[in-house]
Design a protein around this ligand. Sequence first.
Ligand code: AMP
Length: 391
Amino acid sequence: MLNIALFGPPGAGKGTQSEFLIEKYKLFYISTGDILRKEIAEGSALGLEARSIIASGGLVSDEIIVQIIEKTIQSNPNANGFLFDGFPRTYIQAYILEGLMIKLNTALNCLISLEVDEETSVQRLLERGKQSGRMDDNEKVIRNRLHEYNEKTLPVLNFYKEKGNYFAVNGSQSIEQVSADIEVIVQNELSKSLMNIVLFGYPGSGRGSQGRALAKAYGLEYIATGPMLEQEIAKNTAIGKQISQLYESGKLVPDEIVVKLIEKKLEQSKGIKGFIFKGFPRTLVQSYILDGLLKKHGSSISKVIELEVPTLELISRLDARSKTDDCMPYDTSTEKIVKRLQEHENKTVPVINKYNHLHGVTKINGMGSFEEVNKRLSEEIENAFKTLTHN
Ligand code: AMP
């Protein structure tokens, strides 16, 4: 998700710049002022409560603000991200926003402050008042709104300065220049986001060869736990020796070992654009581990893809492979192949169902030539890059 708060005194140009941000980054716009005005127009109980406060230029209660924001966020669960205009308006509301973001398992990326001096604000609002018909766009109320801003809203900046995600833009420049300055900030934020793709599919679906090719094409790090374990054995490392012993005694490699290897890989991958995970997470437990690992790096899953191939085709592909030099030690007999397919069915399908519930899983038809399937997958990844947002 990409979550931005636009900040600045009344008349700074937040509404105007919002239009640009919504269009460019497909964000869901939440203007507490607009929502309140709508409630007033509809004559709702909430509107009635807010009306006189807005008319005088004061700030409505936090209770009302939390109610309207929570309702708006909840009715848009699939938003790419949110753009807040007019919120947070007090130091307390900054904490409220933190809490709301935690509930969505996300965070505010940045607060962009449009800075204009008081007289520019007043002039712009008086100008707007001629057309807007807003009951609070007259000089007396404007002065009170600015007073409220200086007293109660400006301290919000300190909250974000301390957090390090406050950015100032000179709001008295042309609209285009302000938009351009904002764009630089947002692009910089986006470049910090990792593209984390989890690629699922039954054994034989082509997820390994496709995963490797996609990682190469998009500059992502390919993380496949099976080959990582084999590499440790081949290099005869301490972990490798441990794995060999486990293999020999027919035991499963415990999560502790797999997690250590992934952790090492994540730490070594500074400056990388993101990861493609294949063969992990394989169990529900591992799906929680992956969330934790990514969270530690300030990141999360961006996209989950499942390659779909009918069972008979899978068996035929795995059987064909078992007769070539590419045969994996676990594909040498029909019995082993069936066991792997069952293992996927029992342990991994529940993980896919969980992700389907949480993020939605994109199903890709895995039938056809390598190139055909690769094209379908590439399209999805390109779409994901377009909407890539920080979590
Ligand atoms: P705006 O359209 O953002 O200028 O808001 C117009 C009026 O709505 C403000 O002067 C406040 O009375 C009220 N309002 C809007 N957002 C908030 C908020 N976050 N907290 C308190 N009052 C708000």
